[in-house]
Write a protein that binds this ligand. Structure first.
Ligand code: ZN
Length: 292
């Protein structure tokens, strides 16, 4: 029997096209463990359905995603929830003390899932509106094509919180070296147009045309032979990986864990608390940075 989803929607929206929709609008699609696992199950369903050629990832509510769910981290239930669900990858040590346990969680649930989705052997399209903050980037960047509405914005607040960037460290490949550094150093908001000019986004369209435009592109691709599509994707991904992308991401993930461990030693928290209150206030206002 097919799994029923609580935090996402799954629809067949056109011949050979599946659309997965983040559906936790009251929390601005903040990602908890269950939501990420449902998202992974939905990607698996679309990947394993041979009639599906293209997968769209969209979101309900005013914002695409406010990042990781801070509450689940603060109350310690994130790791418990993962242990109940069981891991998908081969990593271990989730119940271990100190940096070992938290690194295992992030490797499985954050870095591991984003990298897994990046390698789905079918074209994926992110249909993005509103704010995409920190952990939200880790849902958008693994997609092959990004279509944004004019109101879409992108931001990584990790450095503000004493962490060196989101766990899926694709910044240099999304923005180029100089813009990636500025994006990280300043934690500034990138508009859809700026993301387009940096090459991070394929198209920017008016908000009321976003869904139809994305579907049009998806249908155009979905008419093509799936085998050719999946091998074209694999070849481009291989070009990136042969140039060192996977090694860079592994290395950056280690740096990321070091900043968490440092914050824990100095502040007793995964993040530097200096800007944490502002982050929490932003969450109340509608779209918040996460702990990443
Ligand atoms: Zn983290």
């Amino acid at each position: 029997m097919e799994q029923k989803f609580e935090y996402i929607g799954y629809d067949l929206v056109a011949p050979h096209v599946a659309r997965i929709t983040l559906d936790r609008p009251q929390r601005r699609n903040a990602q908890n463990t269950h939501m990420l696992r449902e998202l992974n199950a939905a990607f698996d369903r679309a990947a394993q359905d041979d009639s599906i050629h293209v997968i769209i990832l969209a979101a309900n509510g005013p914002h695409f995603s406010s990042g990781h769910d801070l509450d689940e981290i603060a109350d310690g239930s994130a790791v418990e929830n993962l242990q109940q669900l069981g891991p998908i990858g081969t990593f271990c040590g989730f119940s271990c003390a100190g940096a070992e346990g938290w690194m295992a969680y992030e490797r499985e649930v954050y870095f591991g899932l984003s990298e897994r989705w990046r390698n789905i052997p079918k074209p994926t399209i992110a249909q993005v509106h509103g704010k995409v903050i920190t952990g939200g980037l880790m849902l958008v960047w693994p997609c092959d094509i990004i279509i944004a509405s004019e109101d879409a914005t992108f931001q990584d607040t990790a450095v503000d919180l004493g962490v060196c960037g989101v766990e899926f460290f694709n910044h240099p490949y999304e923005l180029g070296i100089r813009k990636a550094k500025e994006f990280l150093f300043r934690s500034n908001v990138l508009t859809a147009r700026e993301a387009l000019s940096a090459g991070m986004v394929n198209h920017v369209v008016p908000r009321d045309e976003l869904e139809a435009f994305t579907l049009k592109i998806a249908c155009e691709i979905a008419r093509k032979p799936l085998f050719a599509l999946k091998l074209a994707k694999e070849a481009v991904n291989a070009a990136q990986d042969a140039a060192g992308r996977s090694t860079v991401l592994q290395s950056a993930f280690g740096h990321h864990q070091l900043t968490h461990a440092h914050n824990m030693m100095v502040h007793g928290l995964l993040m530097d608390p200096t800007n944490l209150q502002a982050a929490s206030q932003q969450k109340k206002d509608g779209a918040a940075p996460d702990q990443s």
